[in-house]
Design a protein around this ligand. Structure first.
Ligand code: SAH
Length: 511
């Protein structure tokens, strides 16, 4: 009997999350099993469901990757058990990704499979390093070729002199860094002039991208000097000459900078994207974990009478998300919210409300609990009004007290979640931060500063790591930083993410 299982061989693109296809994202979200390797952006893994089985088969420091036969056996086994398996591969699965072998193994076992292409590394390296891969006057063909050859294995040998004899061609060489000198010599043997332009692009499309431009004769030396290693694409051909005029990525204002940010809430602030769009390499430190922790009795009491309340107040996007999950369990019609008005502490929280087609009627200019109390009191609508304040385990007493005493509101507190300190010992982002540090670290709230300080030990920089300049989103956050003894290198002109990023760019430009 044919099983209902299926395997998707999916290209994950070259690194930048924006270059992943919609289809890939959809399949990751609906996978029962996700098998991925080195070069796949770790954030992709967070797109899968919490019950999805996640298997890493890539290289680990000091270890080899899982043997190919074992990976194939794993795919077959899970598919036979009726699972939807997503096999994620960097770039495109059929370009030097051994996707062909996996597809054959699946076909041999009678397992259903589909293939989803991805942006292969050479295309990304060309686009992000300013090297058009073909050009009307200089290059009319593009060769994707592997430089990795093991003479002890029965693999096809690449005929480098034959490739060196081609004219008007761009060569894009994958996995060639350890044999760079041999490859350049082989091409010249075939007649390729030593002054033919050549380039290497490492970590294409990511903030840590580096590239060098030289010639076939000088590339080895240039690469050694710049310290470039794998994963890199080597380009050979006249198209490399266009780099100076058409490069855009490496000219971005934060290109080459490592910026650490904190992730203290489930809500996505969009800060990462803003920094990446300016070319930065972003290290996102997850400091706390938000766990739904619903107080049953108050929930039942409040939710059953939702229509009788005037305001609901949210101080985090998590609160919004968990509230609506609970709401959906009790009602199947959004109109059960009645005439409830929404108040939110800041932009990320407000966005979570607006994404449900609900209007936020009160949001203070600065995202603090006190400013939120001020804004609510200023609406002059609180006298005898019934107000729900959704909270976590952080203390919201002053907010509640002020609404009751100054606004004369009737406040019910609805605790829905709690935050826990995350264990950072094995966390890859924390490891990366300890090892290399960063040019700057941005704090977008007092709670982020507190969470960071609470994790100071787990984030202690190793010798040689770069000590980051600390930036603050506004006066409140700066106060907390001062109280905790953290020197402030820059502060946003007006509290807000865009101004925080502007202050960062201005500060780094001085170095
Ligand atoms: N299937 C992948 C290639 C896997 S082979 C694809 O289609 O891109 C691994 C090689 O790909 C690396 O040695 C390097 O040559 C290249 N590579 C993958 N990601 C890269 C990146 N972001 N920048 C530069 N080269 C990359």
């Amino acid at each position: 009997m044919a099983s209902a299982g299926i395997v998707y061989l999916v290209g994950a693109g070259p690194g930048d999350l924006g270059l992943v296809t919609f289809r890939a994202r959809e399949l990751i979200a609906s996978a029962d099993v996700l098998v991925y390797d080195y070069l796949v952006h770790p954030d992709l893994v967070s797109w899968c469901a919490s019950e999805c089985e996640v298997v890493y088969v890539g290289k680990k420091a000091g270890f080899h990757s899982v043997p190919q036969a074992e990976i194939e056996a794993l795919l077959v086994d899970r598919a036979k058990a009726g699972k939807r398996v997503v096999r994620l591969k960097g770039g495109d699965p059929y370009v030097f990704g051994r996707g062909g072998e996996e597809a054959r193994a699946l076909a041999a076992d009678g397992i259903r499979f589909e293939v989803v292409p991805g942006v292969t590394a050479a295309l990304a390296a060309g686009a992000y390093a300013g090297i058009p891969l073909t050009h009307r006057n200089t290059s009319s063909s593009l060769v994707l070729v592997t430089g990795h050859e093991d003479p002890n294995k029965h693999e096809l040998q690449v005929d480098w002199p034959a490739l060196g004899a081609l004219r008007n061609t761009t060569l894009a060489i994958y996995m060639g860094m350890s044999r760079l000198a041999d490859i350049m010599a082989g091409l010249q043997k075939g007649g390729l002039a030593a002054d033919t332009p050549a380039a290497v692009v490492q970590w294409a499309s990511l903030g840590r991208q580096r590239s060098v431009t030289a010639t076939v004769g000088t590339l080895v030396e240039a690469v050694a000097e710049a310290g470039l290693k794998a994963p890199s694409i080597i380009f050979v051909g006249d198209v490399v000459l266009h780099q100076e005029t058409v490069d855009w990525f490496e000219h971005l204002s934060l290109f080459g900078r490592r910026i650490a940010i904190t992730r203290t809430r489930g809500g996505n602030s969009g800060l990462r994207e803003k920094l990446e769009h300016l070319g930065a390499e972003v290290v996102e430190l997850p400091l706390i974990n938000v766990v739904p922790d619903v107080h049953r009795e108050s929930l039942i009491e409040i939710v059953s009478e939702l229509g009788s309340y005037d305001w609901i107040v949210f101080t985090s996007a998590n609160g919004v998300n968990i509230f609506f999950e609970q709401f959906a369990k009790a009602y199947d019609d959004v109109r059960a919210l009645g005439l409830l008005r929404f108040a939110c502490v800041g932009e990320a929280t407000a966005r979570a409300v607006r994404s449900r087609w609900l209007k936020v009627e009160c949001q203070p200019e600065i995202a603090t609990a006190d400013a939120l109390a001020d804004a609510l009191i200023a609406t002059d609508s609180l006298d005898s009004a019934k107000v729900i304040v959704v909270t976590g385990n952080r203390n919201r007493e002053t907010l509640v007290k002020r609404l009751e005493e100054e606004g004369r509101a009737i406040v019910d507190v609805l605790p829905l979640y709690r935050t826990e300190k995350l264990d950072l010992s094995e966390n890859p982002a924390a490891h990366d931060f300890r090892e290399k540090g960063a040019d700057a670290i941005l704090f977008a709230s007092s709670s982020a500063v507190e969470a960071f300080t609470a994790q100071a030990k787990a984030l202690a920089l190793e010798d040689g790591a770069k000590r980051p300049l600390a930036g603050s989103i506004g006066p409140q956050t700066s106060d907390t930083m001062k109280q905790l003894g953290m020197p402030i290198a820059f502060e946003a002109k007006k509290p807000g993410l865009d101004d925080l990023v502007a202050a960062l760019v201005a500060r780094l430009a001085k170095d």
